[in-house]
Structures are given as C-alpha cells and as structure tokens.
Design a protein around this ligand. Structure first.
Ligand code: A3T
Length: 147
C-alpha cells in the first residue's frame, strides 16, 4: 500500500463520473464532501496487500495515527487514489481495506471522512506547507518486499 499524506487547511471533493463499472454505491450527500484542518491520506491499495489485508490495515492505521499526532491533526480524510502504484489490488479488496482503515481511525477517536470509491472526482486541497505537511508511507504485509 502506498500513501501520500498531506496536512491541509481543507480538502474538498465532488464526484464527477463512474471510473469503474461497479463503483461503491453512494448517497446524494456523499457526492460532495469537505473537511477543514485535515490530514488528507491518498491511498493506493496494492496487489501485494492481498496476501494479508488485515495486517496492512493495522500497519496503515499506525502510520496515519503517528503522522496525525506529529502534525496535531484530529481529522483524517481517507481518499482512494489509484495513481500511486502500477500494481493495484483488485477493487473489491481495495474497497474493503479502505473501509476498515476508516473504521479503525474512528475507533482511535479521529473524525474521519472517506471519499467514494470507484469514481472520477474533482478535488481541491490546500496544503499547509510546513516541513511535515507532505509525507509518503509504504506498508506491506510482513514477509513481503517493498517493490
Ligand atoms: C480516477 C481518479 O480520479 C480517482 N482519484 C481514483 O483514483 N479513482 C479510483 C479509486 O476510487 C478506485 N480504485 C480502484 N482500485 C483501487 C486501488 N487499488 N486503490 C485505491 N483506489 C482504487 O477506483 C477508481 C478507478 O481506479
């Protein structure tokens, strides 16, 4: 799994079109979303993660929590982003992984939004620009190699 973490004044998105034949079903309300003072986490779930999705969820949540504590962010935006890897996991696995990350971050006490899965989306992002505002992390199941 590849993650790009951007500490932002805000992230807002608007769903434009389907990018998969069967995207995640969403309500009218989910077609737009915004969070202010947020750690935006753009995530590409990778094929290598399919060998142990639960472990990679745990590792990802630990990394996100660690960065959020360093930048003092209380909100996290989980953003499915198929552009950080050339070896993507299958959509059904990827969606489950992203849903679990959202769930576990909420259990950790964060306010969390997750952008809809399987769509083209317009988005606006305001990066804060401090030294820890732009970070990347890679997590893989134990025993797997980071490519
Ligand atoms: C397109 C661009 O504007 C938008 N931002 C987009 O990326 N849309 C992606 C993700 O929402 C999701 N998706 C599919 N597979 C994956 C995966 N392995 N990991 C993460 N997301 C995935 O399916 C869409 C098409 O790949």
């Amino acid at each position: 799994m590849r993650m790009l973490l951007i500490h932002s004044d805000y992230l807002e998105y608007e769903v434009k079109d389907k990018a998969l034949k069967n995207p995640e079903p969403i309500s009218e309300e989910q077609k737009k979303g915004r969070l202010d003072e947020v750690l935006a986490v753009f995530i590409s779930v990778e094929k290598v993660d399919e060998s142990n999705p639960d472990e990679v969820v745990e590792k990802a949540v630990k990394e996100i929590k660690d960065v959020a504590e360093q930048v003092k962010a209380e909100r996290v935006f989980v953003y499915p982003f198929a552009h950080l890897s050339s070896e993507l996991a299958k959509p059904d696995v990827a969606l489950k992984v992203l849903q679990k990350i959202e769930e576990k971050l909420k259990e950790e006490g964060f306010e969390v939004k997750r952008a809809p899965f399987g769509y083209y989306k317009a988005f606006k992002l305001s990066c804060k620009g401090h030294p820890l505002a732009e970070l990347s992390r890679t997590v893989v199941p134990s025993g797997e190699e980071v490519s």
